[in-house]
Design a protein around this ligand. Structure first.
Ligand code: GLA
Length: 750
């Protein structure tokens, strides 16, 4: 049992959620407030309310019904789901506006129940339970003291995984309209005046998810997006931890949002040094008019706690997202090794070029050709064509089927790029429906990559795109879709909603996108969908529910990718990370790297190529064959194993290393890139992780570099015990040349 609820003699109800390594406590007290008591290391089932701060403090606002009691202020007592306007001056979880304009909400505890099943959240992505991984769900009902506005808090506990998924539902039974100005999904009040660090993941196009760690300071630190997507600029995943927490030591709390639109994660330290962390739809740009009888469902936020550092925290997220968020046909199947023509041809391709690329790729073991942007409408550059999802027969004579048949005849699958949420001004769709894009009438609108955003809050818009996409997907044996989204939302206004409901457009847009994805997944269940947003601009847990992998970055430079993939690994499984070997010099940075190194880096994810293999030397093509075979052989270890970050590429400028260990610990892979080759030094020693200490492992090492590099790698080969590799470690082979790299394969021997 993971959920306990107990009423004591004073009439208070104590709620305890337990996972293998954590305890979460809250209490509905005698005043009817739902207090947060504790979230941290697993402890005995004892009430921790003795830690509450109930003191008379200057400026403390105390609830009316407490009479002359000056020691009970919501501002200093940890809250489970704080309502705005009634004495808690910190970030509110919910802010409501009633008919009289009043913005005060006073939520009091009503009741609780345990649900038999974890409920799906209408129209939204969410964790689901499986036979292997069941969840227990607690629902707590709160109600405003004056009006019949109800708030239901949901907690689903995945015990083994140390995961607590939270969401919230608001029901209006007031008989009147209530405007919701904020409805967050989760809150955590840490009832300790101790220093904490906040880790977040900022970025930009071509450099997503850089790790930033800073002390939580007084006031608020807001990590957010108001771009209409989760964005490359900030990611809806944050970590709070002790200042001395490392990869292998210390307390850390993760908070991940299963949503792909505007979000805000706020870390706030108050006057008493208490930290509040919240996550939810960004209140900026949000206002939802909830009519009497209506329900508003907030998205899910996923907490994880680890007492043992960041590696364990990440691995817990990897597991839960692989097993209880990704779905469908491709969830547990090995995904195809692909070749994408974008960096090979950009817009300049036709059937013959694609077939030539596929032919060579197929012979080397590649399984899927992705035809990227440019196959439809009048799309020879990025000025036109979006919205017209009809094959350009000048490029593909005979249409999609003719191309697909030829690709299939080579033993390859065909995948197709779409950017369904966009429209070009130079398109038939735009000419027919000039009001279907997001813009404010009588005002200019912003172009971004020359394109405009379709108003997905409108059903007729979604239906049109659905029908066009479904026609393409039914016209041939298309087995993969790359769903791209290459600009952010501006001038957000919908012709489909009245003036007082324009605050709903951002969220309704997201619900619309999810609806279309769900519809297409249902109709084409065998198609593998890969997300993309100018690279990794919408890399979030929400998308993983629909698409088990996502193009991680438009930056395919192997050295830059070290940092991008490192940052991505904190919150997302490597099985979701689209990574490709591309040409050298690299198209984004101009850097030259060895072919081998590009393979080593791209293998930390769903592997593929993004160049014309016909332009390679015979030796390089042979390397492709080896890489593909190696990746397929080690697919399980990479995509289902445990991932270990062994170095921080932003800090360690000498080398970067990472490791995968198979679930049964019989196999492991250690990859490394020397990022600063020096002469005459003692190479560093690296200690491996996650092996069985007593087991013996056969070690094979391959490397590419100049001079004696390969010999230096082979010199490591032998039989080692797990304890030796984890305790004493392994000396990094002394590799020479530009950006040399190595790969160590470990296999248990009897
Ligand atoms: C985005 C994607 C690229 C490619 C182009 C096509 O930038 O991230 O991979 O598909 O669009 O226009």
């Amino acid at each position: 049992m993971a959920i306990y609820a107990e009423k004591n003699a004073q009439g208070e109800t104590l709620f305890i959620l337990e996972t293998e390594k954590s305890t979460y406590q809250m209490k509905a007290d005698t005043n009817g407030y739902l207090l947060h008591l504790y979230y941290g290391d697993r402890i005995e089932r004892e009430d921790t309310d003795y830690l509450l701060h109930k003191e008379d403090r200057g400026f403390g606002a105390c609830p009316y019904d407490l009479g002359r009691n000056r020691t009970y202020s919501l501002d200093s007592i940890p809250q489970e789901y704080s309502a705005g306007g009634a004495g808690d001056f910190r970030t509110p979880c919910i802010s409501a506006e009633f008919e009289n304009g009043g913005r005060t909400l006073d939520l009091r505890y009503v009741s609780y129940k345990e649900l038999e099943k974890k409920p799906a959240l209408a129209g939204l992505p969410a964790l689901y339970e499986t036979e292997e991984n069941k969840a227990q769900t607690l629902e707590i009902c709160l109600k405003d003291s004056a009006e019949d506005l109800y708030v239901y808090l949901l907690y689903s506990v995945f015990e083994k995984e140390d995961i607590i998924a939270r969401s919230c539902r608001v029901e209006n039974r007031t008989g009147k309209q209530v405007a919701l100005n904020a409805v967050l999904s989760a809150c955590m009040d840490i009832n300790e005046d101790s220093p904490l660090d906040l880790i977040s993941f900022w970025g930009r196009h071509c450099m997503e998810r850089n790790v930033e760690r800073r002390p939580v300071a007084h006031g608020k630190t807001v990590i957010d997006s108001i771009r209409g997507t989760s964005s490359a600029q900030e990611n809806p995943f944050v970590i709070l931890c002790d200042p001395d927490t490392t990869e292998d030591f210390g307390r850390c709390w993760g908070l991940s949002f299963v949503y792909s639109g505007n979000f805000a994660a706020t870390a706030e330290k108050n006057q008493l040094g208490l930290t509040r962390l919240t996550m939810g739809i960004n209140p900026e740009g949000f206002r939802w008019n909830l009519q009497n009888g209506e329900v508003f469902q907030a998205p899910e936020a996923v907490f994880c706690y680890s007492p043992m550092g960041l590696t364990e925290l990440s691995q817990k997220y990897h597991q839960i997202y692989r097993k209880n968020l990704c779905r469908g046909y491709w969830k547990d199947r090995r995904r195809p090794v692909l070749i994408n023509n974008w960096e090979a041809t950009y817009f300049g391709f036709d059937t013959e070029k694609l077939v030539a690329i596929a032919e060579t790729a197929g012979k080397l073991g590649v399984e899927l050709l992705v035809m990227d942007d440019g196959w439809f409408g009048k799309r020879d550059d990025d000025w036109s064509g979006l919205g017209d999802w009809k094959v350009n027969e000048k490029k593909l004579p005979g249409g999609m089927k003719a191309l697909c048949d030829r690709i299939n005849a080579l033993g390859m699958k065909l995948g197709v790029w779409f950017e369904p949420e966009m429209v070009s001004e130079d398109s038939d769709l735009f000419r027919a429906h000039p009001d279907w894009f997001l813009h404010v009438p009588e005002r200019g609108y912003s172009r971004s990559r020359y394109q405009l955003v379709l108003d997905y809050s409108r059903k007729e818009v979604r239906d049109n795109i659905h029908d066009q996409m479904a026609a393409v997907l039914s016209s041939a044996n298309i087995e993969y879709v790359k769903w791209d989204m290459n600009r952010h939302l501006t001038e957000v206004w919908s012709a489909g909603l009245p003036a007082d409901r324009q605050g709903e457009v951002y969220h309704r847009y997201m619900l619309g996108v999810y609806e279309l994805m769900e519809r297409l997944l249902t109709e084409f269940p065998h198609v593998l969908f890969e997300g993309c947003s100018s690279g990794g601009g919408r890399f979030d847990a929400g998308m993983l529910y629909y698409m088990p992998q996502s193009w991680c970055s438009d930056n395919t430079d192997a050295i830059e990718r070290l940092e991008i993939q490192y940052g991505t690994s904190f919150g997302y499984p490597m099985s979701a990370v689209g990574a490709h070997v591309s040409a050298s010099p690299n198209h984004q940075t101009g850097r030259r790297t060895p072919f081998y190194t590009r393979g080593v880096v791209a293998m930390a994810g769903t592997f593929g190529y993004e160049l014309d293999l016909n332009t390679l030397t015979d030796e390089e093509r042979e390397m492709v064959r080896e890489q593909v075979a190696f990746y397929k052989k080690n697919y399980d270890t990479i995509n289902r194993g445990d991932y270990y970050r062994l170095t921080d590429p932003a800090k360690n400028t000498e080398f970067c290393a990472w490791e995968f260990v198979a679930q049964d610990q019989k196999k492991a892979l250690l990859f490394g890139v020397i990022t600063h080759v020096r002469s005459n030094i003692a190479m560093p020693v690296i200690r491996l992780k996650g092996l069985k200490p007593q087991a013996k492992y056969r070690l094979l090492c391959k490397a590419e570099g100049v001079g004696n590099s390969e010999k230096a790698a082979r010199a490591l080969e032998g039989i080692y015990s797990g304890s030796l590799l984890m305790g004493a470690g392994l000396r990094i082979p002394n590799l020479r040349g530009d950006w040399p790299s190595f790969c160590v394969e470990l296999e248990e021997v009897q």
